[in-house]
Design a protein. Structure first.
Lengths: 254, 308
């Protein structure tokens, strides 16, 4: 019973958004009948489309960079012994815990000062990508490192004994074995980028509005029904992604 | 490099010169480390520096060095003592701690419930906990504006019970902020707690019962010590982001629920007072570091760290 009530509590906001996306009332929260009008109007909403495109582009670019850098770091932390390795591994947890607003304002200051000094880092999609990569790297590295822990090091050695050079070993043996971990890290990074509002809000410029920034703006002015329709689509997509990832994991674990 | 090089050479079965080794490590760990150094550590040191400067034009800073921002944060303003900012600080800490506590109270029964399910249902229940986590926080937050609006069901019930005036909503206000906080952060508490509950050794509880302990004592002495790692990890995962939260108080609270996050946002985006905004950020960063330090001292066994 208690558990059921808690699940209801957990899903109350999500259900509310979905229900209200079908509400015919243009203003307020009273129920005025069922409609699909808000969904029908979405394809013509240029602002929302641009924001969706920005969100996607930002997530894609930042995830690509962060996955590349984070995977290499995670690999180094697990495979090599070097001075400062343990310290680096621990420091990796710090960005995870620093509240996003602190990271956001510190980057705002950093970008501002560098811009004044040499004109780089005009606020926009570029600065947002840099900011997102910064909070994504630690997550990717941590996930990759922990997935590598379960790998059999003898497989690499066998490849080497069979005449593969270091690059071939990495490319043909280590990387395929690491791939599930890398994909898991990339998925996490991608979701975090899509979900992020605070860091984007502080590092965005004119014309680089993302969906979370758009939703925030309209929530401040008072939610309009088309935002509910937009949010419902986002909710459906994230739920599908979560279920998909869970099923994939189950399949792999047999 | 006899001892450092040994493991890698045995592991990969190839002889690397010290130079090759260093190059490889630099090549793998270097780029990401450099990135984090430039875009994470340097900016953090920058806000510490800026917090000791004087404010210039909107969004600029200038010399001389001063501790004025910190004096203002402590309540000593131009117009004498004003406790506004100490109150905001205390309120944020209370919000973080309160949210963590409420989440814990909700997560305990849920974690035990899920752990007791059959495997198929277990996966389903865990997925149900994770789905909200993957759903945009902003959406889950503004949804409470819909749920707690004056004409909504919850507000009417609260009005009938005499908790609020009829016709007024539960939002904006502290109740709305807490409700939304607990709802948003509950999964962060449930997941590590569940991981601990799943590994419980029930024979200890049985032994305690055989020895005549009552329900509370069994929980307190036989179960609680075992789930402590999950409990600490979950509390940290809730407390830290909840303390720095600015979206939820901003969308659901009024002026009376202004938190650290709102104060920082206001200084940077509305007032353009970078030194003061930085000082607030530095102090809350200090709180974070303190909490992390306390946590890492607690978790010497490293077990908790794995849960994060």
């Amino acid at each position: 019973m208690v558990a059921l009530a808690l699940f209801l509590f957990l899903y109350a906001p999500i259900v509310a958004v979905v229900v209200f996306s079908f509400n015919a009332a243009r203003f307020g929260t009273g129920w005025k009948g069922f409609t699909l009008e808000w969904y029908a109007s979405l394809p013509g909403n240029q602002v929302a489309l641009a924001a969706a495109w920005n969100t996607f582009l930002l997530a894609l670019c930042s995830t690509a960079i962060a996955t590349f850098l984070g995977t290499l770091l995670g690999y180094a932390l697990r495979r090599y012994e070097f001075p400062g390795r343990r310290l680096l591994g621990r420091l990796l947890h710090v960005p995870v815990f620093v509240p996003d607003i602190i990271m956001a304002v510190s980057l705002l200051i950093f970008f501002g000062l560098v811009r004044k000094w040499c004109g780089l880092f005009e606020l926009g999609l570029g600065t947002m990508i840099v900011a997102h990569v910064t909070f994504q790297i630690p997550f990717v590295a941590i996930v990759v490192r922990s997935r590598l822990a379960g790998l059999d090091p003898w497989l690499e050695e066998a490849a080497h004994d069979l005449g593969a050079n270091a690059w071939q070993t990495f490319r043909k043996v280590t990387l395929p074995l690491m791939l599930p971990g890398v994909l898991a890290g990339a998925m996490l990074a991608f979701t975090m980028s899509l979900d992020d509002f605070v860091v984007s809000f502080f590092t965005s410029g004119p014309g680089s509005q993302t969906l979370p920034i758009l939703i925030y703006g309209s929530a401040r002015r008072g939610i309009t029904p088309d935002i509910n329709a937009l949010s419902t689509l986002i909710i459906v997509l994230s739920a599908l992604a979560t279920v998909g990832v869970t099923l994939l994991q189950r399949k792999r674990e047999g | 490099m006899p001892h450092g090089a040994r493991s890698i050479q045995v592991l990969r079965g190839e002889a690397l010169s010290a130079r090759q080794r260093v190059l490889r490590i630099l090549g793998a760990a270097g780029p990401a480390s450099l990135w984090l150094l430039i875009f994470f550590l340097v900016p953090l040191f920058l806000i510490v520096g800026v917090s000791f400067l004087s404010r210039g034009e909107f969004g600029t800073v200038e010399r001389p060095w001063t501790i004025e921002p910190y004096r203002r944060l402590a309540g000593y303003g131009l117009l004498g003592f004003d406790p506004l900012h100490p109150i905001i600080l205390a309120r944020s800490l209370a919000l973080g701690a309160g949210t963590a506590l409420l989440c814990l109270l909700c997560a305990l029964p849920l974690a035990f419930f899920i752990a007791g399910l059959r495997p198929t249902w277990k996966t389903a229940a865990l997925t149900l906990v994770i789905i909200p986590l993957w759903t945009n926080l902003l959406i889950r937050t503004y949804a409470w504006q819909l749920l707690l609006a004056p004409e909504g069901v919850l507000s009417r019930v609260a009005a009938t019970l005499g908790l609020i005036e009829a016709g007024s909503g539960l939002y904006p206000g502290a109740a709305a902020v807490y409700l939304c906080m607990v709802c948003d952060y509950l999964p962060f508490m449930v997941l590590p707690l569940y991981a601990s509950v799943e590994k419980l050794d029930w024979s200890i509880a049985e032994a305690a019962m055989d020895l005549g302990a009552n329900g509370w004592n069994v929980f307190r002495h036989a179960l609680l010590p075992q789930i402590k790692p999950g409990l600490f990890a979950g509390s940290l995962l809730v407390f830290l982001p909840a303390t720095g939260q600015f979206v939820i108080p901003d969308l659901l609270g009024g002026a009376k629920t202004s938190m650290i996050g709102n104060a920082i946002q206001q200084q940077f985006l509305a007032s353009g007072d970078w030194p003061f905004g930085s000082a607030i950020a530095v102090v809350s960063l200090g709180v974070v570091m303190l909490a992390l330090w306390a946590f890492s001292r607690q978790s010497r066994g490293k077990e908790e760290m794995d849960l994060l």
